[in-house]
Design a protein around this ligand. Structure first.
Ligand SMILES: Nc1ncnc2c1ncn2[C@@H]1O[C@H](COP(=O)(O)OP(=O)(O)OP(=O)(O)O)[C@@H](O)[C@H]1O
Ligand SMILES: [Mg+2]
Length: 304
């Protein structure tokens, strides 16, 4: 079996629809005959299980982190969809909301060994390292925003921190390189560079190999933008502008793979604990999910 395509789903802001989008894309991947693993990496307020028909998961990441189970396979639970599995997060164990770096690394390393065609990793809200390390760890990531200025700013902050975390981790042993990256990220430090591209350019003369490696790391990444809760056709343009900004300032390959209309059916589907595409497959929102999923398949499968 080929390696799974692992895709993180983040957005910086809370409540923009990350878990809803994870569940619906996953359900459509299953319908397209792919096997799918769902991982709820929201360690502070896990609830992806509720979008997938599981009222109380019997096991979850807390059991893995506390050593009760030794492998990720052992903590998978079945969901309402065929050909798929779920690893639930933790919602009420405070110390797990901020796991140690080594604990996070252990999860990340072992996700890559899981069997599935696609593994979708649903992230919690926020842009701090606990969240963005998951985005930086895998070459593919979906970024969800509802297009409002606050949400756009959070999404940008999420991607910026994710990129910088990824670049710093490539050279954690080289203080000078790490300082350059940190200077870029800290607005108080009188940074010399306006864009990630300029920062790498600035490193090229003294550290040509490191600069080359950074460029390669960025080139390998694919970030997929989904605009959620769209109410007017004008909103759709917001996604295009955001993608242009991310390309220009963060040097990320970002693909705007579509939008999901705002629909009361989405909320209703959550009450039935089923993805909308299962509960109400003929709706406009379901059509949007299908378009987004088709784009995602086209841009990932066979590429890695
Ligand atoms: N397209 C949509 N139309 C209408 N309601 C939506 C849409 N997408 C999501 N919602 C609703 O918004 C709420 C938040 O969605 P969801 O839990 O998926 O967000 P989240 O980003 O995962 O939140 P958190 O940051 O808490 O993990 C839910 O009640 C969901 O039903
Ligand atoms: Mg969520």
């Amino acid at each position: 079996m080929d390696n799974a395509v692992i895709i993180s789903v983040g957005g910086g802001k809370g409540g923009v629809g990350k878990s809803t989008i994870t569940a619906n894309i996953g359900a459509l991947l299953v319908r397209n005959h792919y096997s799918v693993g769902f991982i709820d990496a929201d360690l502070g307020g896990a609830n992806l299980h509720l979008c997938l028909g599981v009222r109380r998961p019997l096991r979850g990441l807390q059991d893995y982190l506390t050593g009760k189970y030794k492998t990720l396979e052992e903590i998978t639970v079945p969901v309402s969809l065929p050909n798929s599995w779920l690893i639930s997060g933790a919602s009420d164990i405070l110390e797990l909301a901020n796991p140690r770096f080594s604990q996070k690394q252990k999860i990340i390393r072992n996700i890559a060994k899981m069997e599935a065609d696609f593994v979708l990793v649903d992230l919690g809200a926020g842009s701090d390292n606990h969240v963005t390390d998951f985005y930086a760890a895998f070459p593919c990531g979906i970024i969800v925003t509802d297009g409002l200025p606050t949400s756009i700013e959070n999404a940008y902050g999420f991607l910026k921190n994710g990129v910088l975390r990824g670049l710093v981790r490539l050279f954690s042993g080289n203080g000078e390189i790490v300082d350059s990256v940190r200077r870029f990220s800290d607005p108080q430090s009188g940074r010399a560079y306006a864009t990630v591209g300029e920062m790498i350019e600035g490193l090229t003369r003294r550290f040509p190999r490191a600069a080359q490696e950074m460029r390669r790391w960025l080139q390998r990444r694919r970030t997929f933008l989904v605009l959620n809760m769209v109410k007017e056709s004008e909103d759709v343009r917001v996604g295009e502008r955001f993608a242009e900004m991310v390309k220009k300032y963060l040097s990320l390959n970002i693909y705007y793979i579509g939008y999901i209309v705002f629909s009361p059916d989405v909320r209703k589907s959550i009450k039935t604990m089923r993805p909308l595409v299962e509960y109400c497959g003929a709706s406009r929102a379901a059509e949007c999910f299908a378009a987004v999923t088709n784009n995602l398949i086209a841009l990932t499968k066979g590429c890695f």
